[in-house]
Write a protein of this length. Structure first.
Length: 388
């Protein structure tokens, strides 16, 4: 990325030098003497500032506008050629475009207004006011307008991307909320059922045990009702409740998912832990594993049509679960951009919500991989009395 920026700035410097030299020749040819020196020197200063804009765009824009305004006043009172000239106008365009593209709204608007003031200020140095709008003024205003458009278009495009990305994150949060409701509701319902059964058993022996169990039952029922009311506000009324694929635990849905993907003509190597181990994983972890594999296989279908084989591995080391989906497609120059879609944002949102990490990128040699790590707490052993 940095090499590309340096190359772009080097090409821009060549363009600056060519424009400054051409305009100096034109001034020397029409005005004679050393009149070209002032325009060339002032334009060179603005162009050098434009080349250094990446270090501090705001200060660079302010400095370039100050030099240009000074050049306009000096040309007006010293009876020099019209300013800003083409070289200076091009340097100012780079500064204004960068400011509109990257700086905060208020600062960007201030720089754009300053650029317009300098462009229209060229009227002070024009020598052909009687013939209508001077050509130097028209040139400066057009260059300024092109710079504003060039900076505003990618800014609006980035704003749209951020809005779409935020929509994806919000949708993923809502999906997580629905799954959270279903999972916790399952456990709370079990607590209520156990409390009801214990209450029946407690009738055989008098005491306060029955009252305590009744309070547990009431508390569980109230918590379940309150949770349903709160999370119900996040649900789409037209969308059914979402559950983690494969049931309350385990990864049973992955076999079917991989089978559908293999029907498209690609071989898939699936490595999973034993069913006894996956059955003890929390439902939200199992659902996230399924989601990561599903989105990764979808991305391979869309963006890696030349891949022939895919490896899906789910491994656990102590309290860390690693999910990796890798393909063998040949590396292309635009692959990274294509694979950075909004599905990746949703996956990262889900993984990070569980305290994990997600990495997606090219593999050494060829291919692409998506690797997610999730914390999986060890299942707590039941007391001896509970096992009986």
């Amino acid at each position: 990325m940095r090499v590309g920026r340096w190359a772009a700035d080097a090409g821009l410097g060549v363009i600056f030098a060519a424009v400054l030299a051409f305009w100096a020749y034109r001034i020397a040819d029409s005005w004679g003497g050393g009149y070209w020196g002032f325009d060339c020197a002032a334009g060179a200063v603005v162009c050098v500032i434009a080349l250094a804009r990446r270090f501090d765009p705001a200060r660079a824009a302010a400095a370039g506008l100050a030099v240009a305004a000074t050049a306009v006043l000096a040309a007006r009172f010293a009876d020099l050629s019209s300013e800003p000239g083409p070289g200076m106008a091009l340097g100012l365009a780079v500064l204004v475009g960068t400011a509109v593209r990257a700086l905060p709204v208020v600062t960007a608007c201030g720089v754009a207004a300053g650029g317009l003031a300098v462009a229209t200020g060229s009227l002070l140095t024009a020598h052909t006011l009687a013939a209508g709008v001077p050509s130097v003024t028209a040139m400066n205003v057009l260059v300024w307008a092109a710079a504003v458009v060039a900076g505003l278009f990618p800014r609006l495009l980035d704003a749209r991307r951020r809005a779409v990305a935020e929509g994806v994150r919000r949708a993923e949060r809502l999906r997580l909320a629905r799954e959270l409701h279903d999972v916790v509701a399952h456990h709370v319902t079990g607590i209520v059922v156990q409390a009801q059964a214990a209450r029946l058993v407690a009738h055989k022996s008098p005491g306060k045990a029955g009252d305590a169990l009744a309070e547990i039952e009431a508390a569980g029922s109230d918590a379940l009702a309150a949770m349903r009311r709160v999370v119900g506000l996040l649900r789409d009324p037209d969308e059914p409740a979402a559950r983690a694929p494969g049931g309350p635990g385990g990864l049973g849905g992955l076999d079917e998912l991989v089978g559908r993907f293999e029907a498209g003509g690609r071989a898939v190597r699936l490595r999973l832990p034993d069913e006894e181990e996956t059955a003890t994983w929390p439902p939200e972890v199992a659902g996230t594993v399924y989601r990561v594999v599903q989105e990764s296989l979808t991305n391979i279908s869309r963006h890696a049509p030349n891949s022939r084989s895919v490896t899906v591995s789910v491994e656990r080391a102590r309290e860390t679960l690693t999910v990796e989906v890798a393909d063998d497609s040949p590396r292309g120059p635009s692959r990274h951009h294509q694979r950075g879609g909004y599905g990746l944002i949703g996956m990262r949102e889900r993984v990070e919500a569980l305290g994990g990490t997600l990495r997606a990128g090219p593999r050494p040699g060829s291919g692409w991989s998506v690797r997610a790590t999730l914390p999986v707490p060890r299942a707590k052993a039941l007391p001896e009395r509970a096992r009986r």
